[in-house]
Design a protein. Structure first.
Ligand code: MN
Length: 264
């Protein structure tokens, strides 16, 4: 574990290559900030969805062709999901695998079990599956105008994390920023995933012709969780950093479930 070049091209220079993506689409303010901080830390590549893909989780587009185009700045744009972007970016569009994948900065929090629905987190997960150290970053409010103010805080934080690369096996990092101006941030806390308590987030109504429809989302969400959980850190004005692991196996239960299956 010497140089942070896992998945990259050793000897390609001191500056790492950083692939930036998101789930809010190529025009999102949060992606501009991500590109800004990545450019302070390395050579930037961008492969992002052409439109918002929030809550697409880890989905791949397999029932239609995908098209990639380029912006005048040289960014790649794909009419697919964040996972499509990382997969096609790393395997087809970039001339060499990147040293790191950064995803975000998402317009909205990705804490607790929301990491399982998040396209932002899934893009970092896809990088990890492909052997590239990855970090997902989210701002804990839909009001994104404070995100650019976090460029300095994030450059320091992401710089410290990628300085530790390559990351432990199957591990990536989920960062959430508090909904306060960057100058008021109290510090960084290393956290566990909290639990989201949904209320009124599923709506049933009638359309103008009298047919029922359902709308997922909205409503008020509250949280529970341990003292060291992500939402408590963010609520208290800290940046939350949660190490996540790809392997969902419940190892503590393995031997007990064996006795259920095999008799014991
Ligand atoms: Mn999003």
């Amino acid at each position: 574990m010497t140089e942070a070049t896992q998945g990259g091209q050793p000897g390609s220079g001191d500056r790492p290559t950083i692939l930036c993506t998101n789930d809010d689409g190529i025009h999102a303010l949060g992606l501009k900030t991500l590109v800004d901080i990545a450019g302070r830390l390395g050579d930037v590549r961008v492969v992002a969805p052409d439109r918002e893909q929030s809550a697409t989780s880890h989905s791949l587009t397999v029932h239609r062709p995908l098209r990639a185009t380029r912006t005048p700045e040289g960014f790649h744009v794909i009419d697919g999901t964040p996972t499509d972007c990382v997969l096609i970016g790393i395997n087809q569009l970039l001339d060499a695998p990147p040293d790191f994948v950064l995803s975000g900065v998402n317009h909205g929090p990705n804490m607790g079990e929301d990491v399982l629905y998040s396209g932002t987190v899934a893009a970092a997960m896809e990088g990890t599956i492909l052997g590239i150290p990855a970090i997902a970053i989210s701002y804990s409010s839909r009001a994104a105008d404070r995100i650019p103010g976090y460029a300095g805080v994030l450059t320091q934080l992401v710089g410290a994390l990628i300085g530790r690369g390559p990351f432990p096996e199957e591990t990536f990092f989920n960062v959430n920023l508090p909904d306060i101006p960057a100058e008021e941030v109290k510090g960084v806390r290393v956290t566990t995933l909290g639990r989201r308590v949904y209320s009124d987030s599923l709506t049933r109504r009638e359309d103008p012709s009298g047919r029922e429809y359902y709308w997922i989302g909205g409503g008020v969400s509250s949280w529970t969780g341990r003292e060291d959980s992500d939402f408590r850190a963010v609520q208290a004005g800290y940046v939350s950093v949660t190490p996540l692991h790809l392997d969902l196996t419940n190892y503590r239960l393995i031997s007990e479930v064996r006795t259920w299956m095999l008799g014991g």
